[in-house]
Design a protein around this ligand. Structure first.
Ligand code: ADP
Length: 491
C-alpha cells in the first residue's frame, strides 16, 4: 500500500500542535504495518538541510511552478528514516524559500493561500518526477485541502494517478483556510466550482478545507466523538451541512501516542524515570519541576500542569472567570504555552501577583513539556472543544491525573473517577466536567483535590491511567483498513 502523507507539520521539524505528533507517530506505525510511506512537508526556515542532514533530490531537480501568474523555482530535499530492517519512511521537503522562509509555519501574510497552493502543486510534481503514484493521498487540514481538486483538474491527463484516491483528516475544523476568491481565478482553478454554496465557496471566500471535504473520498477526524460533533451546528464551524451530505464516509479515529517518545519509563527529557512499580520516583520530578519554575520545593501541595496553545479553544476563559475560587484553593500551577495576548497577559499577571502559586513560561519548549507531564500531579484541559487532545493522553501515561471538559477526544479518553465510583467501579482515570462553566471546572478541581488527600485512592486513579493503551498500532490499523476500502473499491 503506497501512502503519500501530506502535512504542514511534522515533529520534530515543524510543530505548532498535535498535527506534528500525528504526522510522526502515524506514519511510523503505518510503515511498520508494511505501507510504503512518503511524507511531504514544506522546508520551513526552521529546517536546515545541512544541520538536519537532508539530501538534495537530483531525481526531482528544479520544478517551475506558476502561482498567480508568477513563476517560482521549487526544489526538494529528502531524508530517509529507518525504524528497523523492514520499515522505513521517506520525507520530502518542498523547498521554495520565497514561500516558506518566514518566521512561522502559518502566517497572516496576504499570500498565505498561495503558499500552500504551491505546496500542493509541488507534491504532485515531485510524485510525477519520482514516477511514483500513491494509492492514497492522505491529506491533512486546510493547507492540503486543494490537492484533490488540483490533481483532478490539472493533472488528470497523467495516467500515473488514475487509481489514486484521497483521504482527508480534519485535525481542527475551525481552521479552514478561507481566502479571497481571486485565488481561484488567478490560478486557473475551475471557476465553475466557485458559486454561492458551491464546492469551493464559503461565505464569499474560497475555502481550502471545504474543497478538501468535497473532493476527498473519505474524511476522518481525530476522535470518534469529534466525528459526531462536527456534524452539528455547535461544532461544525459552518461545514456541518456539507459534511452531512458525506456522512457515510466520515469516520473518527482516535489519535495514538508514540510511546517511544512519551513514556516515563524511557523519557530522555526527564531526570527521574519511573513506571507503575516505581511511581514514588515521580515526586522527584515534581521537585525538579518546582525548582525550574522557582516555586517552593514542597512535595505535598498539589501541582497542576498546563501545556497548551493559549487560544480561546483551550477554554482558559474559565480560569479567568473562576480565578477567585481557584485562588482560595491549596494548589499550585505550572503553565507552559503561547498564543493570544489576552491569555498570555492573564497568566503573566497571576505569575507576577502570586509568585509562590503560579509558575509560567511563555513559549514553546518540548523538553519542559515532558518535565511538566512527569512532575505535575494533575493536568488541566478545560477546552471549549477538543478534536482529540494529546496532552491528556500523555498525562494518563505519566500518572498525572487529567481534569478535563467532556468534549471531543477528551470525552473519549478520560473517565471521571467519581462517576464510575458511584456505579461501584474503581476504573476512573481522571476528573471530567460537562458544561463550559467555571463553576463546574472549579468543582472538578475541588473533587480532584479531595481525592488527592487519600493517597491510596489517588494511586489507584494514577495507575488506572498508566495502564491505558492509546498506542498508534491500534489507530494506524484503522487507517489502514480505510485505505484498503478505497483501494479495493478501486480495483
Ligand atoms: P492542539 O493540536 O490543538 O494544539 P493537541 O493536544 O492535539 O492540541 O496537541 C498539542 C501538542 O503540542 C502536544 O504535543 C503538546 O505537548 C504540544 N505543545 C503545545 N504547546 C506547547 C508548548 N508551548 N511547548 C511545548 N509543547 C507544546
Amino acid at each position: 500500500m503506497k501512502i503519500a502523507f501530506v502535512t504542514s507539520e511534522l515533529d520534530p521539524y515543524a510543530k505548532v500542535g498535535g498535527l506534528a505528533d500525528v504526522a510522526r507517530g502515524l506514519t511510523k506505525a503505518l510503515s511498520q504495518l508494511g505501507c510504503d510511506v512518503k511524507i511531504f512537508i514544506p522546508r520551513y526556515s526552521s529546517i536546515d538541510p545541512w544541520r538536519d542532514e537532508l539530501r538534495y533530490c537530483f531525481d526531482v531537480n528544479e520544478i517551475k511552478i506558476k502561482i498567480s501568474e508568477k513563476e517560482f523555482s521549487v526544489h526538494a530535499f529528502k531524508k530517509e528514516l529507518s525504524f528497523n530492517r523492514k520499515s522505513k519512511i521517506e520525507i520530502y521537503f518542498v523547498d521554495s524559500p520565497f514561500h516558506f522562509d518566514r518566521g512561522t509555519i502559518y502566517t497572516n501574510d496576504i499570500d498565505e493561500g498561495e503558499r500552500f497552493l504551491l505546496f500542493s502543486k509541488a507534491v504532485i510534481e515531485i510524485c510525477q518526477r519520482l514516477k511514483w503514484a500513491p494509492d492514497v493521498f492522505h491529506i491533512n487540514d486546510w493547507p492540503t485541502g486543494l490537492l484533490p481538486i488540483i490533481l483532478k483538474q490539472h493533472y488528470s491527463w497523467d495516467l500515473l494517478f488514475k487509481n489514486t484516491k484521497f483521504l482527508l483528516t480534519i485535525h481542527n475544523i475551525e481552521y479552514q483556510g478561507n481566502f479571497s476568491p481571486e485565488l481561484v481565478f488567478n490560478n486557473h482553478l475551475d471557476g465553475k466550482y466557485f458559486y454561492l454554496g458551491g464546492p469551493l465557496e464559503f461565505h464569499g471566500k474560497v475555502s481550502f478545507l471545504k474543497a478538501g471535504i468535497v473532493f476527498s473520498d473519505i474524511i476522518t477526524t481525530v476522535s470518534e466523538n469529534y466525528a459526531r460533533e462536527i456534524l452539528t451546528h455547535e461544532f461544525g464551524g459552518g461545514m456541518e451541512q456539507i459534511l452531512l451530505t458525506k456522512k457515510n464516509v466520515v469516520y473518527g479515529i482516535l489519535n495514538g501516542v508514540d510511546y517511544s517518545e512519551w513514556n516515563p519509563k524511557t523519557d530522555k527529557y526527564i531526570p527521574y524515570k519511573y513506571s507503575e512499580k516505581s511511581l514514588y520516583r515521580k515526586s522527584k520530578n515534581k521537585i525538579e519541576l518546582l525548582k525550574t519554575f522557582h516555586l517552593p520545593e514542597d512535595k505535598e501541595t498539589p501541582l497542576i500542569g498546563i501545556v497548551s496553545r493559549l487560544v480561546s479553544q483551550k477554554g482558559f476563559d474559565l480560569m479567568i472567570s473562576g480565578i477567585d475560587e481557584i485562588l482560595k484553593m491549596n494548589l499550585r500551577f505550572v503553565i507552559l504555552g503561547s498564543g493570544e495576548n489576552k491569555y498570555e497577559d492573564f497568566f503573566r499577571s497571576l505569575a507576577y501577583s502570586f509568585p509562590d502559586k503560579f509558575g509560567l513560561k511563555i513559549g514553546f519548549d518540548n523538553q519542559l513539556a515532558h518535565l511538566i507531564e512527569a512532575g505535575a500531579d494533575m493536568f488541566l484541559m478545560p477546552s471549549r472543544y477538543e478534536p482529540c487532545g494529546l496532552n491528556q493522553i500523555y498525562s494518563l501515561k505519566y500518572g498525572t491525573v487529567p481534569i478535563v471538559r467532556k468534549t471531543g477526544g477528551l470525552a473519549d479518553t478520560v473517565k471521571d473517577w467519581d462517576y464510575y465510583q458511584q456505579l461501584g467501579l474503581h476504573s476512573g482515570n481522571g476528573f471530567v466536567f460537562e458544561n463550559f462553566s467555571s463553576q463546574e471546572m472549579v468543582d472538578a478541581i475541588r473533587r480532584a483535590l479531595e481525592r488527592y488527600k487519600d493517597k491510596k485512592i489517588w494511586k489507584q486513579i494514577q495507575l488506572n491511567g498508566m495502564k491505558e493503551n492509546f498506542s498508534w498500532d491500534i489507530s494506524a490499523r484503522k487507517y489502514y483498513d480505510l485505505y484498503r476500502k478505497l483501494v479495493v473499491v478501486n480495483n
